[in-house]
Design a binder for this molecule. Structure first.
Ligand SMILES: C[S@@+](CC[C@H](N)C(=O)[O-])C[C@H]1O[C@@H](n2cnc3c(N)ncnc32)[C@H](O)[C@@H]1O
Length: 300
């Protein structure tokens, strides 16, 4: 492999290659992967410094990798991601789930938008520079917890992408911070930018799995995951945990999600995959509950 890549790159240097710039970039990456396996396998420059990571509530490097690989798996198994997929992440944070996707989405594209400006600045400076097919956009959207100074009302936001542009639209621990009006709007926008046979993967804290006073696993045995407060006139279909910071954590009953999904032209592709957070599921896959949606009438 290395010999082939080196020979082609040598022809490029001598100006006698007809390879496209994309081919040349991929060959350079492959040669680099063989010559510098440590750098490619870890790439510490793409991992945010501890202070920045702390803002996401991540205090150990292991948690960065654990969550990243969890989502890489979910996107493979339930999102049917391929190397040429066109992928959109809603609320990409510091690029934690994009991190393992750089091995997966090799010939496709990844787009992420995020409401905290300096997170996007970090990603543009590091990730996008190393992987130009991974693109990040800042949206100055208001969120009482993450961006209290934000100027755009989330429920009015139009994703900055064309109709039918993506095979996969996903949100990892983002709808767990959204109020219902925004969730409804974001599902409608997800449906708009999804291809007809695309898939939408969204994690939630499902109230269907929540039980008051049930012992939750250690990292969820905190006030922020005790969904005891109804909010916004949705009865027991929606709840928050911290009354003075409603968007710190939010939880939905599945029937409300299905209602918003149907309004958006989406439907459940299968029953939700329970996560471990609630402590009530006998079998679970990731940390949060996963909802998988396809367009209404899509074949599967
Ligand atoms: C728990 S973090 C998860 C970040 C990333 N998805 C990950 O898996 O590492 C939640 C993220 O959602 C972002 N967020 C909050 N409200 C948002 C909104 N209305 N639109 C897009 N992103 C939002 C926050 O700024 C934050 O980065």
């Amino acid at each position: 492999m290395l010999q082939r890549a080196t020979a082609v790159l040598d022809r490029v240097r001598r100006g006698v290659s007809s390879r496209s710039p994309g081919d040349i970039r991929r060959l350079k990456e492959r040669a680099d992967a063989v010559l510098h396996p440590y750098r490619i396998a870890y790439e510490p420059d793409l991992v945010p410094p501890p202070k920045l990571m702390g803002e996401e509530g991540i205090n150990v490097l292991e948690e960065w990798f654990r969550w990243a690989e969890e989502w890489s798996m979910l996107l493979r198994v339930y999102g049917r991601i391929t190397r040429s997929s066109r992928v959109l992440e809603i609320g990409c944070g510091l690029g934690r789930t994009a991190f393992p996707l750089r091995y997966v989405v090799v010939d496709g594209t990844y787009d992420g938008f995020e409401i905290v400006q300096h997170k996007v600045a970090f990603l543009q400076r590091t990730f996008h520079k190393a992987y130009p097919n991974f693109r990040f956009v800042w949206a100055d959207i208001h969120n009482t917890f993450y961006n209290p100074e934000g100027q755009i009302r989330a429920a009015d936001y139009t994703f900055p992408y064309d109709d039918g542009a993506f095979d996969i639209v996903y949100a990892a621990s983002v709808f767990t911070h959204l109020l219902p009006e925004t969730a409804a709007r974001y599902l409608a926008e997800a449906a708009r930018v999804l291809k007809p046979d695309g898939r939408c993967l969204v994690s939630f804290f499902l109230l269907d799995n929540y039980r008051t006073n049930h012992l939750r696993p250690f990292m969820f045995a905190r006030r922020e995951f005790a969904f005891e407060h109804q909010y916004g006139g949705y009865g027991d279909d929606f709840a928050i945990a911290v009354p003075d910071r409603p968007e710190e954590t939010t939880a939905y009953r599945l029937r409300l999600i299905e209602r918003f999904a149907a309004q958006a032209g989406l439907a459940l592709a299968q029953p939700p995959i329970p996560g471990m957070w609630s402590g009530t599921a006998s079998t679970w896959v990731g940390a949060q509950d996963l909802v998988i949606l396809t367009k209404l009438g899509a074949s599967g």
